[in-house]
Design a protein around this ligand. Structure first.
Ligand SMILES: Cc1cc2nc3c(=O)[nH]c(=O)nc-3n(C[C@H](O)[C@H](O)[C@H](O)COP(=O)(O)OP(=O)(O)OC[C@H]3O[C@@H](n4cnc5c(N)ncnc54)[C@H](O)[C@@H]3O)c2cc1C
Length: 456
């Protein structure tokens, strides 16, 4: 029941913390608690046939368990300070990149070797984007793919399981700070530790807020990103995806001067449902293995909204929009771009006759009844802008799935060690609001493990 270090959350943040602690300080007694299941037992029951929508499992296999939200992700590790989080604001740009590269090295040692590292360095596409009022952000991206990402996680678990105590299906309910450490409460037991690393990701956002309230740790509201997932024939984007795999492109709209950006590009991928606290939104991923690839490419187009005064609840705003789409469509809505432009809802017949075969079984509908005009106008403007660098993007048959919402956690007040005002209590990964990607969350895990190993 007594540990040197307790890690809460077995997502990338928690896993790489445990990994680095075992590498640097094998003498420390470490435990990891996760509200979800071990990797092999994680299985979302939605099969698109017998079970079409979320049935609210006790633990959501997509978001929770060993591997966290990243377990069935596309496994795109973006090595960059340009997006994916603001870790560099705490630890510096050079250190952040160095740690992301270190994480890449661990992934390569654990099953990722042979996967491709793409880079924007020296690409001509940057100029072409610029000539069309689009900005291509700098990054290197390692694409593991959902399949290899899973193998890496299996290998990391095999490395850790004999020396780290894992407690699955064990949500931590409360943290109590004491004189020389912390008490960690679960439904049935109480554990103690000298140092505690909290890495509870998006799914732990509400609980994280309660921890901050209990312990009086300052936290401030973050932004929410709202938009759609675009699906089109992969050939339309192949000149970009073949060279860069994922291109993060930003467009400033003429009408409102809002920024619209591409996010999570999946060449030859599939569109999937995502469940955040019972709300169904859309996401996408793709496989490295050729036999699981499709003829489509998908990516999100997102607009960021940040509320401060008098309304502060940016996530609540995003949730309401997602709930509206769930109310109208029973889940995710799909619409042809041509139907959206003509102001009519899509129906099964028009989608079936189109050039793009949907990879997600969504309800044909009208996204203009769901998304605020300002956001929808921005998305449409961006589709026409992308059409200039990838002709065919604005085809009538291009599919738009809605809504895609990226929720961000409250930004918790942590210092340059990612430590709270309680000595020995570290808050990392997406749960801290500092990161929102695999590479940044993992790097934050390595970083605190090294601080703990050096006893700083
Ligand atoms: C479908 C999908 C695809 C994605 N694709 C990509 C991608 O290609 N590239 C990319 O960079 N990012 C991607 N992401 C985002 C990425 O997965 C996250 O940024 C990353 O997983 C964050 O890691 P984390 O460790 O901070 O949190 P998480 O991965 O969310 O892990 C948190 C863990 O904490 C556990 N937990 C929560 N509360 C408690 C509690 N009270 N007690 C115990 N355990 C708790 C949860 O069960 C969970 O397992 C994707 C996300 C999704 C959902």
């Amino acid at each position: 029941m007594n540990y040197d270090v307790i890690i809460i959350g077995a997502g990338p943040g928690g896993i790489y913390s445990a990994y680095e602690l075992k590498e640097k300080r094998p003498d420390l007694k470490v435990a990891v608690f996760d509200a979800g299941m071990e990797l092999e037992k994680r299985k979302c029951p939605i099969d698109g046939d017998r079970i079409k929508t979320c049935i609210g499992c006790k633990s959501c296999s997509i978001m929770s368990g060993f591997g966290g939200a990243g377990a069935f992700s596309d496994g795109k590790y973006n090595i960059t300070n340009d997006f994916g989080g603001t870790l560099f604001e705490h630890i510096g740009k050079t250190k952040a990149i160095e740690l992301m590269e270190y994480v890449d090295h661990i992934n390569m040692k654990n099953g990722g070797e042979g996967t491709k590292l793409y880079s924007t360095a020296g690409t001509q596409l940057k100029k072409i984007c610029m000539q069309n009022k689009l900005k291509l952000l700098d990054a290197s991206v390692r694409h593991l793919g959902t399949d290899i990402n899973y193998v890496v996680l299996q290998n990391l678990y095999a490395f850790l399981k004999d020396t780290v105590d894992f407690f699955f299906m064990t949500a931590v309910t409360k943290i109590e700070a004491g004189e020389d450490g912390f008490k960690i409460f679960t439904a049935d037991d109480v554990y103690t530790c000298k140092k505690c690393v909290v890495s509870v990701g998006r799914s732990g956002s509400k609980w994280m807020e309660s921890v901050c309230e209990d312990l009086n740790i300052p936290a401030k509201s973050n932004r929410v990103d709202i938009g759609v997932r675009v699906e089109l024939p992969s050939v339309i984007f192949s000149h970009l995806t073949d060279e860069l795999y994922e291109s993060k492109i930003v467009y400033r709209t003429e009408k409102f001067e809002d920024n619209v950006r591409t996010f999570c590009m999946n060449p030859h991928g599939i569109v999937v449902n995502e469940n955040t606290n019972g709300i169904i939104t859309v996401n996408g991923h793709s496989y490295e293995s050729k036999d699981k690839q499709t003829d489509n490419t998908n990516f999100a187009l997102l607009v960021a909204k940040h509320f401060s005064e008098p309304f502060k609840d940016s996530n609540g705003y995003g949730e309401s929009i997602a709930r509206l789409s769930n109310m109208l469509g029973g889940g995710v809505i799909v619409q042809r771009f041509g139907d959206l432009v003509r102001g009519r809802r899509s129906n099964e017949k028009r989608i079936a006759e189109g050039m793009v075969t949907p990879t997600l079984n969504a309800t044909p509908g009208d996204l203009s009844l769901v998304l605020p005009k300002r956001i929808l106008d921005g998305i449409m403007e961006m589709i026409y802008a992308l059409d200039k660098i990838a002709p065919g993007t604005a085809n009538d048959d291009t599919l738009l799935y809605g809504v895609e919402v990226k929720f961000y956690n409250m930004e918790v007040s942590v210092d340059e060690n990612l430590e709270t005002e309680y000595k020995g209590l570290y808050i990392i990964g997406d749960g801290s609001g500092v990161t929102h990607s695999l590479s940044h969350a993992s790097a934050s895990g390595v970083y605190v493990a090294r601080r703990i190993a050096e006893d700083k």
